[in-house]
Design a binder for this molecule. Sequence first.
Ligand code: TRP
Length: 465
Amino acid sequence: MRMEGTPEDVFRRRTGVPVTGSTRRGQWGSQIGFILAAAGSAVGLGNIWRFPYMAGQNGGGAFLLVYLVCVALIALPVMLLEISLGRATQRNPVGAILAVAPGSRWRYLGYLALLTGLAILSYYSVIAGKVLTFCTLYIRRAVMGGAVTYSGATFEVVIYFAIFLVLTVLVVSGGVQRGIERWTKILMPLLVVIMAAIIVRGLFLPGAMRGLRWFLTPDFSKITPRVVLNAMSQGFFSLSLGMGAMLTYGSYLSRKDNVLRCGVWVVVFDTLIAVMAGFMIFPAVFALGGDPAAGSTLIFQVLPKVFGAMEGGGLIAIVFFLLLCVAALTSTVSLLEVVTAYFVDERGWSRTRTVWSVGGAALIVGIPSALSLAEIRPWDTLVLFGKTGFLSVMDFVWGNLSLAIGSLLLCLFAITRWRLARAAAEIEEGAPAFAPFKGVWTFFVRWVCPISIAVILATKVFSLG
Ligand code: TRP
């Protein structure tokens, strides 16, 4: 059953407040456009760089188990909430909150989302720049021979970081709907195929099975507050939750689209890629020698060894790193798009002016992170929350804490201001299959998600472990 009415009626019914300003916006050409863009946002360095490095530092199988539990019980409900708030309000994070609760202090949650987006964009592009460097290193070797060595020359690190940001700015300036759909449709399946080939090669290496066992067998004694916080936050990071990216993409959905199907599909696909990355890295770590707990350089140490052991590895390396660049690009695009949507919708800036300004800000904020990879490392002595170096500290503060806090506050906002009945009705519209799950979902967003996020954050803070 669908209640109709003027657009103003519909908007009031969904947000609980009368229309202020225009609700007219661009929309995805089709539901598949949203799925591709949302999956493009989710799948990226978070799956292939961050997941193995986190799993490696947090007990392997124990981390995988806690991660899967967190994704199913916490991240999936939050995903549906974010997409539905975006679709209901047709706004950016700040605008969405103000549409539901005009003039309220909850808008600072929206500002936190924008700040988090800028911060993640800044250091994420540094790592993406490193991936781009590996592309060119392998291309150079294919053409001219010689060895593949990452020099970390300061100039090179900063230039590749800047190139990556410019690419992101160019895609977003054209409007997200147009750019992404075409690319992801072909390139993401190709990434899966290449990863499968690398996995198969790795599994045949002598000693690989030990790595597989290490990744798949949970050692329950390794589950500490730190591991649980890292696993939960990795879920938010990998699924682009907690800073309004899924909200903003959801705002381009139409009322006919199926939020449930979109959300579940993105979660399943993203988790599949992360687990594949584990299969790709850990057998190779154990077979070829390496430390699973090596940290943020893990994949950059291990993958060259795998390619070295592969027939035609040089060529596969080029294709793999190129595809990883594209995957990273569809993620940085979503980060920039959130901030851009705010300035365009709420401040009336032009898209072009916004993307270059925000990109410029990300460049400046990201320079210290870039220097963390370079040979001169002025901030290497920085230690905060037990993390060493500027990039690691940024990743912990914004990629871990801020996303968890943002998701927690979003639940509280939905409970107290938007109302979960309204949220559930929003999800159900276009997704009749959601009806039997309404009660369960409401229970999770009201109790399970906020309480477990709060407890996990608090235990970590008080245990200091
Ligand atoms: N999810 C992306 C990845 O796994 C990174 C990302 C894009 C992100 N947009 C985000 C993370 C928004 C948190 C919030 O690579």
